[in-house]
Design a binder for this molecule. Structure first.
Ligand SMILES: *Cc1c(COP(=O)(O)O)cnc(C)c1O
Length: 444
């Protein structure tokens, strides 16, 4: 009910988009599913808007149920890096489908994807497949504790590692914009073992290690943050964490669920030349099907059942369709020039956005790496979540709506990274910048 009154406050402009079918479907959905969605951020609450119900996606575009087309910068929150429904991925899936959708037994496709991941990601010597990023992070935390015999973990404010109890402390956009710093239902006793520090703050991490001698299993972080907007590590930060964890007998874990195969083929760890002990992955490695993975040093991975005593399992894990979509997606990404193209496309987009907003006198700061970008409507630099919070979220909400009306689908939150794909052309970027110019003018 609260939400209905929020809807009424959405300004209707002259160019109003017809979203009547979206509204009808979402209206019904709210009676069927909590908040009308299967994952909170999709409900558009943090942009004070009404969600668009998708009908189909292809290349850089999404079409809604009313027939409107959008240039899509969400890309299913990361997986669609080759463009939605890439013909080669679809063809491979069609072929795999004939052999059945789930085996619950070993399948050779798992070896193929595992070999590709191990070859690409510097820290990964062995890998376990799961079904989501949440599962991967949940399992890696158990592994950190099993291997070190210690219970505590350090995470950073604004970093998201899925929705497992232990990680729901200062967990970034999805949680923060709902005004839930900690979710009810998470026992204090559980999060008592979760220590937090501001991102890019090595001193704070040093202090935590000093205050908790021989008690910290490791440090987990997004090596480039995408769940509090887009924040890059300052020079020396990742290197410093590598040293600190080593000195203290703790593990360093990169959560590359978002950055893996996106920042570069080998993820952020390949780009920055810092090798963690363990890595979690998801999103891109599933090519649009549900996949997560965790991997790392083989002496640590040897703890995982049935090789070792740490239990972790999954009925649908490593299923042939998900493996097929992942393999085909990584094949496409390993082609010469893929990341150069992503870099060129994204740079064109973000520099255009910054220039247009600055010309209009808007405070803005932003950047990009490869196929990932972000901007905040505030003066920079933004080095951590606290600084990100000074962004003008109300203006972002209006901007988001203005862009939708002009056929551009941005992430429905001021604190989410944006994604481009190999399918976004120069023409798409220029059309996006034209929409941005008009939107900024309409709100200035
Ligand atoms: C998306 C994400 C997760 C959670 O993955 P799901 O597949 O949504 O469970 C974990 N960590 C990071 C960094 C993510 O971006």
């Amino acid at each position: 009910m609260v939400y209905i009154s929020q809807l009424a406050s959405v300004p209707v402009t002259a160019s109003a988009l017809n979203t009547s079918r979206s509204q009808a479907i979402f209206g019904a959905a709210q009676t069927l599913m909590p908040g009308g969605v299967s994952s909170p951020v999709r409900a558009f609450r943090s942009v004070d808007g009404q969600p668009i119900v998708f009908d189909r996606v292809k290349g850089p575009y999404a079409w809604d149920v009313d027939g409107n087309r959008y240039i899509d910068y969400v890309g299913s929150w990361g997986p669609a890096i080759c463009g939605h429904a890439h013909p080669e991925v679809i063809a491979a899936l069609n072929e795999a489908l004939e052999n059945g959708t789930s085996f619950g037994a070993p399948c050779e496709l798992e070896n193929q994807l595992a070999e590709m991941v191990i070859a690409a990601v510097p820290s990964v010597e062995m890998v376990r497949f799961v079904n989501s990023g949440t599962e991967a992070c949940m399992a890696v935390l158990r592994l950190m504790r099993a291997f070190t015999g210690r219970d505590k973990v350090i995470k950073f404010e604004g970093c998201y590692h899925g929705h497992a109890d232990m990680f729901l402390v200062k967990a970034g956009s999805g949680v923060a914009t709902l005004g839930l710093p900690d979710s009810p239902g998470v026992p204090r006793s559980t999060t008592a073992n979760t220590l937090t520090a501001p991102y890019n703050d090595l001193e704070a991490v040093k202090e935590l290690f000093a205050e908790n001698p021989d008690a910290i299993s490791g440090v987990i972080l997004e090596p480039v943050v995408g769940n509090a907007g887009f924040i890059t590590p300052e020079p020396g930060f990742l290197e410093g964490l590598r040293e600190l964890t080593k000195e203290n007998g703790a593990l360093l874990v990169f959560d590359e669920v978002m950055t893996g195969f996106r920042i570069s083929y080998g993820g952020a760890q390949a780009k920055y030349g810092v090798t963690p002990d363990l890595t979690t992955m998801g999103k891109v490695i599933g090519g649009g099907l549900p996949v997560g993975a965790y991997g790392g040093r083989s002496d640590i991975m040897g703890m995982v059942a049935p090789a070792g005593p740490m239990y972790q399992a999954g009925t649908l894990s490593g299923n042939p369709l998900a493996m097929t979509a992942g393999i085909k997606t990584l094949e496409l990404l390993s082609q010469e020039g893929a990341y150069g193209k992503l870099e060129t496309t994204t740079t064109r987009l973000i520099s255009g956005i910054l220039e247009i907003a600055k010309e209009a006198g808007w405070p803005i700061t932003g950047s990009s790496i490869s196929g990932m970008f972000g901007f905040y409507l505030c003066n920079g630099p933004v080095r951590n979540f606290e600084e990100a919070k000074s962004a003008d979220t109300s203006r972002f909400g209006k901007l988001h709506r203005a862009m939708l009306e002009r056929g551009v689908y941005l992430a429905p939150s001021a604190f989410e990274a944006g994604f481009t794909s190999l399918a976004h052309s120069e023409t798409d970027i220029d059309a996006t910048l034209q929409a941005f110019r008009e939107s900024v003018a309409s709100l200035s």
